[in-house]
Design a protein around this ligand. Structure first.
Ligand SMILES: COC[C@@H]1[C@H](c2ccc(C#Cc3ccccc3)cc2)[C@@H]2CN(C(=O)Nc3ccc(OC4CC4)cc3)C[C@@H](O)[C@@H](O)CN12
Length: 294
């Protein structure tokens, strides 16, 4: 039945089938939750079940001090140059830091402290003041650990997590963009060991249905020992890298004022990789960004 048939009166000579009042209407178009946000909720639920508290990550702009220096990452480290990091022009620098803590960080990096000989370079505050887009949420972990060490009543054990955007000035490809979401877990307590780190990672991935894990020695400037985490992914029927982990170094923890018998274990992964696998995306652009065909 068309407008022309109605207007011309043609409809009078046509036979129509009986109207089916029980026919289901076409499903109306509706909104959808974004796959990344669905996986973020799953990870958040897992951390909450494990007794972790979410860190405040609502600051994409960070100082080099908290993003690198507080993590004992030396000022000449390649990750700190503009090829890997997005530095901010305005406001170009941060100037407000806990000065007694800053002095301890300077000493740890330059002449060394707490039994470590340091890196032996001339640490410059101007380098630490440079603002950037955070390259990892470990910068937030550093802020939280400093607060934990200096809170009224002193240190108490804690379990923190973060799931938020980080930015790296990297070559883009089908699985890497200049920004991605980092997932990070941190546990601070007296006498934690590498076994506690491995056990916690097993618990975390078990809740994702992953039980076959392998750990490979690795290097991070801020953790010692460090381990890359691999899992046998039943869906992909192969071993894949699922993250990185380690115990934060004393050269990072002691300048904060944490008691020397406190250890901090931590691990990290991304949100995009598990989401791409779960929903079968091969190109990360199908997951984020405008739907355009280049
Ligand atoms: C520049 O890229 C870094 C990112 C991202 C990453 C790597 C390390 C950390 C970290 C850390 C850390 C270490 C010590 C202390 C604190 C934090 C965080 C994110 C993923 C980490 N990766 C990653 O997420 N892989 C991954 C994770 C989960 C998954 O599926 C779930 C099991 C069901 C499948 C894959 C490994 C690779 O994708 C890697 O190529 C890319 N990595």
């Amino acid at each position: 039945l068309t407008v022309d048939m109605l207007a011309s009166g043609l409809w009078k000579d046509l036979k129509f089938k009986a109207y089916n009042f029980d026919a289901l209407g076409a499903p109306p178009a509706r909104g959808h939750l974004h796959p990344l946000l669905k996986v973020r909720s799953e990870f958040r639920q897992i951390f909450l079940e494990m007794g972790f508290s979410e860190m405040p990550t609502n600051n994409y702009v960070e100082s080099s001090f908290w993003n690198f220096d507080a993590l004992y990452q030396p000022q000449q480290h390649p990750a700190r140059d503009a090829h890997d990091t997005f530095f901010i022009n305005y406001p170009a620098k941060s100037t407000k830091f806990p000065m007694d803590y800053l002095e301890k960080v300077k000493t740890a990096h330059s002449v060394g402290a707490y039994g470590s000989k340091g890196y032996g370079y001339d640490w410059k505050i101007e380098e630490a003041q440079k603002n950037l887009l955070r390259t990892h949420t470990t910068a937030v972990s550093a802020r939280m650990l400093y607060k934990l060490a200096n809170q009224p009543g002193g240190f108490k054990p804690a379990k923190y997590f973060s799931i938020d955007k980080v930015f790296r000035n990297e070559t883009l490809d089908a699985t890497h963009l200049a920004e991605f979401h980092q997932v990070e877990g941190v546990v601070a307590a007296v006498g934690l060991t590498l076994g506690d780190l491995i056990g916690t990672i097993y618990e975390f991935f078990k809740k994702l249905g992953i039980t076959q894990l392998e750990f490979k020695p690795a290097y991070n400037p801020y953790t010692e020992p460090s381990m890359e985490i691999f899992c046998f992914h039943p869906g992909l029927d192969k071993w894949i890298e699922v993250g990185n982990s380690g115990l934060f170094r004393p050269e990072m923890l002691l300048p904060m004022g944490l008691p020397s018998n406190v250890n901090v274990i931590a691990w990290g992964l991304s949100l995009e990789r598990p989401t791409m696998i779960k929903y079968g995306f091969n190109n990360i652009r199908d997951l984020v960004g405008p739907k355009v065909d280049f």
